[in-house]
Design a protein around this ligand. Structure first.
Ligand SMILES: Cc1cc2nc3c(=O)[nH]c(=O)nc-3n(C[C@H](O)[C@H](O)[C@H](O)COP(=O)(O)OP(=O)(O)OC[C@H]3O[C@@H](n4cnc5c(N)ncnc54)[C@H](O)[C@@H]3O)c2cc1C
Length: 370
């Protein structure tokens, strides 16, 4: 297993659960796990998000996130949260689409009046809101605890983790692979690529054709809360993803909602992006943000059609993909790990997917040749 973010630890846990006795070693390049995108998310579970194939994975994850096996966690992973999306008159068609997509959810998206919207996020500038929609049953995810839950389950089943161990190359060796890592040479029957932004680099270093992953930077930062009671406030977002804000204890988490193409790297926030986010949020609300307590950036990595790629490579089946988590890798992690464990050794999707068509998640869709 290459990569110790949420994708890698979930895949590793589900592999040892589905295949007891499998000898799984997780290699992480950094000295600690979850240093990159996983440690930098907005930590929201929002069902009305992303592509149809990705929604299959979110749906397969929800029960586990709400009702996580007690031996994996010390406390519940989710806390209730509402998410509200607002739009201007020009964006009304996008609002119709959002409402249509949310109609089929177990807890459907509802349209709010502007008065109701003001109740859910009082700092909004009323005159700028044309329409609003509420996702009533979302949640904040304790991402650190979720990551740790997978690690705990994996280690308990005998899984091994090596940190400061970057895979630099892999060459076919008999029926399996010989891996060169910064921690020495390792043999493996199967490689699972959960390297996030580095997914295509890992593939190329094993002689496997890349699938066209694009890492995109997203900026986030914390500011002081406005000093009033924020209980019951929604996570508020502009429908075009030009900004979002969520209260978080004594602070507010803000984002520009940016999606700037980047090379794989340890992403850092650009001052200009933070300034632009503040300008947009101050235009849309009365929060009057003047200073920032902390800022960070992370890479959300997309496949060409923005759905994850999970399963054996069509040309090299002992190289298995688990990449393209984009902006929903936390909330899809359980479903992605389960599907990976089902498919990695040549099996079929298990019943938890309810016969859903998972073809839009298989890596073969990106291969146009023969
Ligand atoms: C600002 C922001 C907000 C977000 N909000 C949400 C949200 O609300 N909800 C949600 O579900 N998702 C959200 N996301 C997306 C989510 O964080 C990602 O989809 C997810 O963390 C990706 O996990 P990963 O394991 O694929 O990648 P990473 O966490 O980046 O892990 C990949 C790991 O692979 C390792 N690696 C790379 N190459 C090698 C190698 N050669 N050898 C060994 N190890 C290697 C890296 O060091 C890294 O640790 C957000 C992201 C950002 C940036």
């Amino acid at each position: 297993m290459i990569g110790g973010g949420i994708a890698g630890v979930s895949a590793a846990y589900h592999l040892v659960e589905a295949h007891p006795g499998a000898d799984v070693l997780l290699l992480e390049a950094e000295p600690v796990l979850a240093h990159h995108t996983t440690g930098r998310s907005a930590a929201i579970l929002l069902e009305n998000l992303s592509t149809v194939p990705n929604r299959i994975l979110t749906r397969a994850s929800v029960d586990f996130l709400y009702d996580t096996p007690e031996d994996l966690v010390d406390a519940p992973l989710l806390s209730p949260r509402t998410v509200m999306t607002v739009c201007s008159e020009e964006q009304s068609d996008e609002m119709d689409e959002l409402l249509a997509e949310g109609r089929l959810l177990l807890s459907p998206t509802v349209e709010l009046t502007v008065d109701e919207a003001m109740g859910y996020f009082p700092p909004l500038r009323r005159e700028l809101i044309h329409r609003a929609a509420l996702e009533p049953d979302c949640a904040d995810v304790d991402v650190g605890a979720l990551h740790q839950a997978y690690v705990r389950g994996f280690r308990r089943a005998g899984g091994q983790i090596a940190t400061s161990a970057r895979m630099d190359a892999a060459t076919p060796d008999g029926d399996g692979w010989s891996l060169d890592t910064t921690d020495g040479n390792v043999g493996a029957d199967v490689i699972v690529n959960a390297a996030g932004a580095w997914g295509d680099i890992v593939a190329a270093s094993a002689g496997v054709e890349p699938i066209g992953l694009q890492p995109c930077r997203r900026t986030a930062f914390m500011v002081d809360s406005p000093g009033c009671d924020t209980t019951g406030w929604a996570f508020a977002a502009e429908i075009g993803h030009n900004w979002y804000v969520k209260h978080d204890g004594e602070q507010m988490l803000c984002s520009l909602g940016d999606e700037t193409p980047s090379e794989p790297c340890d992403a850092k926030p650009e001052e200009l992006d933070v300034a632009l986010a503040i300008e947009r949020i101050n235009e849309a609300t009365t929060l009057g943000i003047r200073s920032v307590n902390s800022a960070w950036a992370g890479l959300r990595t997309f496949t060409p059609d923005r759905s994850l790629a999970i399963g054996p490579d069509p040309d090299e089946p002992s190289f298995v993909w688990c990449v393209g988590q984009g902006g929903c890798g936390i909330q899809t992690s359980r479903g992605a790990g389960l599907l990976l464990a089902d498919l990695a050794l040549g099996g079929e999707p298990s019943t938890i997917f309810g016969g859903a068509d998972v073809s839009g998640l298989l890596p073969g869709r990106f291969r146009t040749h023969g």
